[in-house]
Design a binder for this molecule. Structure first.
Ligand code: NAD
Length: 265
């Protein structure tokens, strides 16, 4: 049993994850702008720094798991990229030293299947995020508000895949992965769930229903557990088939980073 930090702990997925992990015997330290052990605004550099100090104090300087789950879909596109990407990355990087002190430590970022189911996401915004240029990312977000949510989640998944394999993470014994849920019935989408369910071929949901927060919590609990000890740098989609329906042949795809593999010479 360990100590696990959840950001966005007061939200639909956060609450369900807290319940599941508490049931499993873990101590949970919730982080949110409301109703949490640590109240912090992850949209600002000051809020992120305060959060890291408060979690270090609350945990005694050691945690075993982390879910970077705080996220928003609107209304201000600048806030969306600041919370969903820069807040999440600052949380993961800022709490990494506490994870290094933990046992079988594991962190999970909550991305979204909007990262692959929407079209024409602006690569410039992805690059601004991955270049850690928050001011530029906020400008780009303002200029193209319609795609910001999905683009922030694409950048987050890409950051996880690039970063998880490095010395700071798996080289220090800490597993880092992402989950990419599809439509999940939570307050985040309460106003748009009927509209999304009626999109048909534009956004098919083969399973025929929205997901439940508890289903995401189950996947998060698994990825945090020693049962997931070989997971490193994965972006795990769980969306009732939407990504498969739209992108069946896009992934897995062959390696494009080398001309050939030695055995293929
Ligand atoms: P939610 O709105 O119920 O929960 C989000 C939580 O994040 C809230 O408790 C909110 O107070 C907190 N939060 C927002 N801004 C914050 C800030 N500046 N600082 C700290 N906390 C902040 O939504 P949810 O559906 O539970 O979403 C959880 C995560 O799952 C989000 O990252 C969301 O993007 C992602 N997600 C949700 C869906 C879905 O369909 N619901 C699908 C894919 C991914």
């Amino acid at each position: 049993m360990g100590t696990i930090v959840i950001t966005g702990s007061a939200g639909g997925i956060g609450q369900a994850t807290r319940e599941r992990l508490s049931r499993d015997g873990h101590e949970v330290i919730g982080v949110d702008i409301r109703d949490a052990e640590v109240i912090a605004d992850l949209s600002t550099p000051e809020g992120r720094t305060e959060m890291i100090g408060a979690v270090a104090a609350a945990s005694g300087g050691r945690i075993d798991g982390l879910v970077a789950g705080a996220g928003i879909a609107g209304p201000d596109p600048k806030q969306v990229v600041s919370v969903n990407y820069f807040g999440a990355v600052a949380t993961l990087e800022g709490l990494r030293p506490l994870l290094v002190q933990g046992t079988d430590a594991s962190a999970v970022a909550v991305s979204s299947n909007s990262s692959t189911t929407l079209v024409a996401l602006p690569e410039a915004l992805v690059e601004a995020c991955l270049n850690d240029d928050e001011a530029h990312a906020r400008e780009l977000a303002d200029a193209d508000p319609g795609t910001v949510y999905a683009t922030s989640k694409l950048a987050l998944a890409r950051w996880v895949r690039r970063t998880a394999i490095g010395a700071d993470w798996i080289g220090s014994g800490v597993r880092l992965n992402a989950v990419a849920p599809g439509l999940i019935d939570t307050p985040l989408v309460a106003d748009s769930i009927d509209m999304i369910m009626s999109l048909g071929d534009v956004y098919p949901i083969p399973i025929g229903r929205p997901g439940r927060a508890a289903e995401v919590a189950n996947l998060l609990a698994f990825l945090l557990s020693p049962d997931a000890s070989l997971f490193c740098g994965s972006a795990v989609f769980m969306d009732g088939g939407s990504d498969a329906a739209l992108n069946a042949d896009a992934w897995p795809a062959a390696n494009t980073t080398a001309d050939h593999w030695p055995m293929q010479q």
